[in-house]
Design a protein around this ligand. Structure first.
Ligand SMILES: [Zn+2]
Length: 391
């Protein structure tokens, strides 16, 4: 038996399904996050399997990430398998209980099943299988279970800032791609806009300054703003979505404050600072046109867009393994959302791929599920890719 055969033989499919169920049942809805219980569960499991693991607490109560893995003997930089521990909140229209992790018809149902506790489970089981195979790795094989990915990648940022991962050479992100290979992801720029006015009795609006009407003016001008970009072959177009708006206190009062948030998704070549400057110039123009106009903008969160060269040797090695396991040739794709890759790739100047068992169309959806065959397939991909990349 080769090492790869021994590792595949050590992959326990029943344990993989059970682990995915356990992770779904550990509630980690963000906000507020509550990832600490999942992080502790994973650390304990890795340690029981003879791997090293460390829970990394975050300043907010109940929040933690986890790092663990297998030490290599050689001098290669580490391979990082990364997945987030948090989920989005369950919407209103679930038919199934979101935290029960029911298994039925080859599927596992639950909040965060596709996005992305199945990916986390497949990574952990792959690590355990490699440990049991007795393989000698030429670099560390690491797992990072991160808090806060669904909001601002707070967990990945802290792992990098506290140097918990050492020297990383390549990262595999297990976000839901149905085991397709994504090599690019869009950037994110979330802006908060605030307009200010002056209250007056609602029967005498001419005595006040209406902050909501100012916000409408600002949002319309923003939507008409020509933000320069070049359409990207994988990432497509730059987009802008007006996401939230809050303003006013009572129906008979002229509102003196209004706040809105805007979600911009950027492509390669766009500079977030330049976009911000454009918005500031727009506000200056509106102020010049109307002496009562008062507004400001601030950045809530931002993540850079990524486009990893597909001919990178790590990416090529991963694709060879993935294609052999799935029997399908890879057509590189892109994520329209951001991942923890937007933290790791610039920090370590490394390539990455996004590949995970969840179904992308089920992420953030009611009655989210993952196909069990895809979880098993992902665990096989991670196992063989780790052996190949750390050989
Ligand atoms: Zn996700």
């Amino acid at each position: 038996m080769t090492v790869a055969e021994r590792a595949l033989a050590a992959l326990d499919e029943t344990a993989l399904v059970t682990l995915t169920q356990e992770l779904v049942r550990l509630r980690s809805i963000n906000p507020p996050g509550d990832e600490a219980a999942v992080a502790a569960y994973i650390a304990e499991r890795l340690q029981r399997a003879g791997l090293f693991a460390e829970v990394v607490p975050h300043p907010e109560a109940g929040r933690a990430s986890v790092v663990g893995g297998l030490r290599g003997r050689g001098n290669r930089p580490a391979l990082l398998l990364s997945g987030h521990l948090d989920t989005v909140p369950a919407g209103e229209s679930w038919q199934r209980p979101p935290l029960a992790a029911e298994v039925d018809d080859g599927k596992l149902w639950g909040l965060g099943s596709s996005d992305m506790k199945a990916g986390v489970a497949a990574m952990l089981v792959a690590l355990e299988a490699i440990q049991r195979s007795g393989a000698t790795l030429q670099g560390d094989l690491l797992f990072a279970g991160t808090a806060g990915e669904e909001v601002d990648s707070m967990g990945a940022k802290q792992l990098v800032a506290q140097q918990k991962l050492g020297r990383v050479g390549f990262v595999i992100i297990g976000e839901p791609t149905a085991n397709q290979v994504y090599t690019a992801e869009k950037g994110v720029l979330w802006l908060e806009l605030r307009t200010h006015g002056r209250t007056a009795h609602g029967s005498m609006p001419h005595l006040g300054v209406n902050a909501i009407l100012h916000m409408l003016t600002l949002l319309q001008a923003l939507r008409a703003l020509e933000v320069p970009y070049q359409r990207h072959p994988l990432l497509g177009d730059f987009t802008l979505n007006v996401a939230t708006i809050h303003g006013g206190v009572k129906t008979n009062v002229v509102p003196d404050a209004c706040a809105a948030t805007v979600d911009l998704r950027t492509v390669i070549g766009q500079d977030h600072q330049q976009i911000l400057d454009q918005v500031r110039q727009l506000i200056d123009r509106l102020c010049a046109e109307d002496a009562t106009f008062q507004a400001e903008v601030r950045v809530l969160t931002e993540r850079v867009p990524l486009d990893i060269p597909v001919d990178d040797p790590h990416v090529q090695a991963f694709i060879r393994v993935r294609d052999a396991v799935t029997g399908q040739p890879t057509v590189p794709r892109a994520a329209t959302y951001a991942t923890d890759g937007s933290v790791y790739v610039p920090a370590y100047r490394i390539p990455m791929v996004i590949c995970g068992p969840g179904l992308p169309e089920k992420a953030h959806q009611p009655d989210e599920y993952v196909e069990i065959a895809k979880i098993v397939e992902a665990a096989r991909i991670y196992t063989l890719a780790a052996l190949e990349l750390l050989a």
